[in-house]
Design a protein around this ligand. Structure first.
Ligand SMILES: *Cc1c(COP(=O)(O)O)cnc(C)c1O
Length: 400
């Protein structure tokens, strides 16, 4: 990967050239007025104006808030974009993004895209005449044949949820540029610590910051980063006009969480590599999906565009196992929606995260009823393995 190389916004008073330091010192670091090391929580809706038309850069907190600004500047810097935007949730961020398009426009989305992204296109934006095509974006040649005159954007996840399918992001960026359409990457599963799509030529990055960036399963937030001033102006207009902004306190929480992103991610990944190897060699496991395994789909592409395979694993039990028993036998790993928190979480995509996708489409893209998705946490690795070992053993139909 390219070097992470930039200076702070603070008149050069802080200097660094690594993402580890940018996570801590990036964006608008500290408070000029008091010297506070952390950005204060500006819990205010409005700002006093000195005289008519004369203010200090802030008028109303839907339009702009200093705590949110610090977060937005930070994520823009981490993703190497020109501007960042913070929203009340990942879906609010995606809704704002989709508001860039108009009646008659078509978006191409990855076949394993997040269920909520499919749902908002299928059930909300379709009312406004915005269409979508579901394609296997891992296959660039076929993808190109689908880019007709109506197609205005391609929205990709890599790894895509929940089969961890890898798409060549530089390849998608190249196709998008060639056909004059916008390329968008949902980078939730990787975070800028592991993958920076804008550096690969992508136009827009979106995050559910609820996941790894927040990292503690205690807040809902969404972030968008764009790569041009033109997109920045349009996005800021939409953010202010539609109003789904992140609150000052949550902006503060997210900045606080992101300071430890690199140590959390490093441990998440270390644990995931161990768990993936364990599952792969276990007789009760039929199939393991993890982009960090050398024989996985798109391994070479992922190695090129990301630091490693991340910490999400999906797997299927062999036929002699009962999936309900497997879930109920887990003692440490919780059955829950979401991912990316410090605690290990497991979910059943077919009935949980991807339930809003019709069964025919689900089966077609490989989200079977026996698929299990695991978000590997940062607990002690032996505790995680023992929990899995026990549940695998006790879910065998002849085990009791
Ligand atoms: C969770 C998630 C979203 C939606 O984000 P929320 O914060 O839950 O609104 C979007 N994309 C991906 C990949 C996600 O995992």
């Amino acid at each position: 990967m390219g070097n992470y190389n930039r200076k702070s916004q603070n008149n050069g008073s802080v200097s660094y050239n690594s993402i580890e330091s940018a996570l801590i010192h990036g964006g608008i670091y500290g408070d000029e007025k008091t010297g506070a090391v952390n950005t204060p929580i500006y819990q205010t809706s409005t700002y006093m104006q000195e005289s008519l038309g004369k203010h200090k850069g802030y008028e109303y907190s839907r339009t702009g808030n200093p705590t949110r600004d610090a977060l937005e500047t930070l994520i823009a810097e981490l993703e190497s974009g020109t501007a960042g935007f913070a929203f009340a949730s990942g879906m609010a961020a995606i809704a704002a993004l989709l508001s860039l398009f108009k009646t008659g426009d078509t978006l191409i989305i990855s076949s394993n895209v997040y269920g909520g992204t499919f749902r908002i296109l299928d059930k909300v934006f379709s009312h406004f005449g915005i269409h979508y095509l579901i394609e296997d974006t891992a296959d660039l040649d076929t993808l190109e044949t689908k880019i007709t005159a109506d197609v205005k954007a391609v929205l990709v996840e890599s790894p895509a949820n929940p089969l961890l399918t890898i798409t060549d992001l530089a390849g998608v960026a190249r196709l998008a540029k060639k056909h004059g359409i916008i390329s968008i990457v949902d980078n939730t599963f990787m975070t800028p610590y592991l993958q920076r799509p804008i550096e690969l030529g992508i136009d827009i990055v979106v995050h559910s910051a609820t996941k790894y960036l927040g990292g503690h399963s205690d807040l809902i937030a969404g972030l968008v980063v764009v790569n041009s001033n033109e997109l920045a102006d349009r996005l800021h207009f939409i953010q202010n006009a539609t109003g789904g902004v992140l609150q000052p306190f949550d902006s503060f929480l997210l900045i606080r969480s992101m300071k430890t992103l690199c140590v959390r991610m490093a441990r998440h990944v270390e644990n995931a590599i161990a768990v993936a190897g364990f599952l792969k060699s276990h007789e009760s496991v039929k199939q393991v999906y993890y982009p960090g395994l050398p024989d996985s789909q798109g391994y070479d592409v992922n190695q090129r565009q990301a630091k490693n395979g991340g910490a999400m694993i999906s797997f299927e039990l062999t036929d002699g196992h009962d999936i309900r028993t497997f879930f109920s036998e887990l003692r440490l790993i919780a059955l829950a929606e979401s991912l990316g928190g410090v605690e290990s979480l497991v979910c059943h995509p077919a009935s949980m995260t991807h339930a809003s996708i019709p069964k025919e489409i689900r089966e077609k893209v490989g989200i079977t009823d026996s698929l299990i998705r695991l978000s590997v946490g940062i607990e002690n690795i032996d505790d995680i393995m023992n929990d899995l070992k026990n549940a695998l053993q006790n879910s065998g139909r002849n085990s009791k």
